[in-house]
Design a protein around this ligand. Structure first.
Ligand code: NAP
Length: 246
């Protein structure tokens, strides 16, 4: 159980982040549902959590903007106090074959997927370090392990999280806090809806378990990483991909 734990999930309004936020709430946590634009979805997620053993607040903040993340920290401290568990989940794609990719496509994905991870971890570093067994959990992707056609920008951000996770694991270890990473395969969310049907079918054929992941398949693993049972694991990458090679 996660009673007395404050967990902040970036991009908690939809998809995988919403499933993670709900799962942590179901286990008794105080959950911060961060979002950028989907206010109604974030409020609905918070309402679901309030109906379980947990309690929730929503905070609008674009994670790629440092000042907005600082304001989010203040709002969270005022309501729940310091953060024990940070889940860096917010992420975007801007897919294009590399020769057509613009510098703007590149920067946009870097700013959210890696810049947002820097901003949130940096703003909350003291909380995580000083917590009783703080937890930093980064949401990467099988695409960071394998690469993927049309996703040079996205794959680079997702591989970047591996080095970031292992380094933060070292920098948090002396205080007993951990940093780990989940690398989901292809998950049935709004992000996958942008992939053409023919490409999706090709991907599905490469998944030994013969289905896309449900957001809940990832959320259960994140809940394990957030809890006590993972105390002696740090710097790890957990693949949640239906058996895909990498
Ligand atoms: P999604 O359904 O598109 O949801 C993305 C979430 O991120 C939304 O809650 C969105 O909030 C939030 N977000 C986007 N930009 C943001 C920003 N600048 N600041 C704050 N929040 C922001 O995506 P998903 O499939 O759940 O993906 C979640 C994470 O899992 C991402 O890091 C993704 O790379 C990773 N992942 C996804 C898959 C997959 O197949 N779906 C596979 C592996 C890994 P708003 O709606 O409020 O803008």
């Amino acid at each position: 159980m996660l009673e007395d734990r404050t967990c902040l999930v970036t991009g908690g309004s939809r998809g995988i982040g919403r499933a993670i936020a709900t799962e942590l709430g179901r286990h008794g946590a105080d959950v911060v549902v961060n979002y950028r634009s989907s206010e109604a979805a974030a409020e609905a997620a918070a309402k679901t959590i309030d109906g379980t053993d947990g309690s929730a607040m929503t905070v609008r903040a674009d994670v790629s903007e440092y000042e907005q993340v600082e304001s989010m920290r203040t709002a969270v401290h005022d309501r729940f106090g310091p953060v024990d568990v940070l889940v860096n989940n917010a992420g975007i794609t801007a897919d294009r074959r590399f020769e057509e990719m613009t510098r703007e496509d590149w920067d946009r994905v870097m700013d959210v997927n890696l810049g947002g991870t820097f901003n949130c971890t940096h703003c909350l570093f003291e909380d995580l370090r000083d917590a009783e067994e703080g937890r930093l959990i980064n949401v990467s992707s099988v695409v960071g392990q394998q690469g993927n056609y049309g996703q040079a920008n996205y794959a680079t951000t997702k591989s970047g999280l591996f080095g970031f996770t292992r380094t933060l694991a070292l920098e948090l270890a002396a205080e007993g806090s951990t940093a780990n990473c989940v690398a989901p395969g292809f998950v049935d969310t709004g992000m996958l809806e942008t992939v053409p049907g023919r490409v999706k079918e090709k991907i599905r054929r490469r998944i030994p378990l013969d289905r896309f992941a449900r957001p809940e398949d990832v959320a259960g693993i994140v809940r394990f990483l957030a809890g006590e049972d993972s105390s002696y694991m740090t710097g790890q990458i957990l693949a949640v991909n239906g058996g895909m090679d990498w």
